[in-house]
Design a protein. Structure first.
Lengths: 259, 119
């Protein structure tokens, strides 16, 4: 299985970048200017144009090797949207994609995007979601949290190769909390978990998993996360050397939401 | 009927913005120089170029979601002309592609064209 590589910084793309939603509609234009239209929803795709500058020799080699491995546009690979939230149902922890511990109560988000999590047990409990993606990548699992009484939250990223844990605290004011890093290994998934202490009630919003070292701006998701089955939309890749250890290129990709 | 969403400020476009009014006419010129003309559309076609030079990614995602819900060119929605406040109940996206250009964290830009369908 191929995965689009991250740069040495942990980012997948640089600014500026272009993302396109491409739809297909069969149109029959009539002489009077009106049209008979029929949408083709199954033909919908996404496209990206990623512009890179300042690539090191190693990053350039990595991208070129990846292009060769994909054999240009021939083979599919998994692409993590550089701006996308990799979680499904980011504002509805009642959905089956979220695994809840036995005595955890959760609510779907209200009109302000705020969900409540209550731990009715005697030990720390929480919710978690498993995301299909290269487990060794840099990830950041973040959320905004608040609680009427101070609470110590446990946020973690884990898979079969290891675990990263952060234990931020939250109080009455909304605070951005996160757990970030990478887990060396070969496992093709990452588990995001947030846990609250026994008896605590914590409000959450803007829960997000991104493939980068730090939290990004929040994107709400429903059934489709930012994980795509993609291919190169180009038969050649061209690098420009701007100096020693300094390269630039443009990568064009086409993809559909992964299963 | 769905309505085209505005950005956070309540506006639907930023400067510079354009509005095109097209009244297609078939002109037949005869040998003696006289012309016979007739219009090929009952009402003028109106197109608005929605230019979003610097909006939050959240605002742009909202518009993109609306574009996907409308299935690109296929859907019909109401659009309020930002120039004079007239509401046009039957409008569509001109293109089947929506481009979002991100130039900084949380900041994006896009340009799209909306056309009035009523003939």
């Amino acid at each position: 299985m191929l995965f689009y590589p991250q740069l040495s910084t942990g980012a997948i793309a640089q600014y500026p970048l272009r993302r396109s939603a491409v739809t297909r509609c069969v149109m029959n234009l009539l002489p009077d200017g009106s049209a008979i239209k029929l949408a083709d929803p199954d033909a919908r795709t996404n496209r990206w144009e990623l512009r890179y500058t300042g690539l090191s020799d190693e990053e350039r080699t990595t991208l070129e090797k990846f292009f060769r491995a994909a054999e240009g546009a021939l083979n599919d690979f998994t692409f993590l949207d550089p701006e996308g939230n990799l979680l499904r149902w980011s504002e509805d922890a009642t959905k089956p994609v979220w695994k809840r511990d036995g005595l955890i109560g959760v609510t779907a988000a209200n009109e302000f995007g705020v969900s409540q999590m209550r731990n009715n047990g005697q030990v720390g409990q929480g919710i978690e979601q498993i995301v299909s993606g290269p487990g060794w990548y840099q990830y950041c699992f973040s959320a905004e949290a608040r609680s009427d009484t101070p609470a110590a939250i446990v946020m973690s990223l884990a898979n079969a190769d290891g675990q990263l844990v952060a234990e931020p605290s939250c109080g009455a004011a909304w605070r951005r909390v996160w757990c970030a890093g990478s887990i060396a290994g070969l496992t093709n998934d990452i588990r995001c978990r947030v846990e609250i202490p026994a008896g605590a009630m914590v409000e959450f919003r803007c829960m997000q998993l991104v493939a980068q070292p730090m939290p990004g701006s929040y994107k709400r998701t429903a059934s489709s996360p930012g994980v795509y089955s993609a291919r190169f939309a180009q038969d050649q890749i061209q690098f420009r050397a701007d100096g020693v250890n300094d390269h630039a290129t443009v990568v064009r990709l086409a993809g559909r939401p992964g299963e | 009927m769905a309505a085209f969403p505005g950005i956070g400020t309540g506006a639907v476009t930023q400067y510079p913005s354009m509005r095109h009014v097209e009244s297609p006419t078939m002109v037949l010129q005869y040998a003696d120089g006289r012309e016979q003309r007739f219009r090929t559309r009952c009402e003028p076609a109106i197109r608005w170029t929605i230019h979003l030079a610097d909006v939050t990614t959240e605002d742009l995602l909202q518009i993109e979601s609306f574009f996907v819900e409308q299935q690109g060119q296929s859907g019909s929605f109401s659009f309020t002309d930002p120039w004079d406040g007239t509401e046009y109940p039957d409008c569509s996206f001109e293109s089947g592609e929506f481009h979002a250009d991100s130039f900084a964290e949380g900041r994006s830009a896009s340009t799209l064209i909306i056309r009035n369908n009523q003939v």
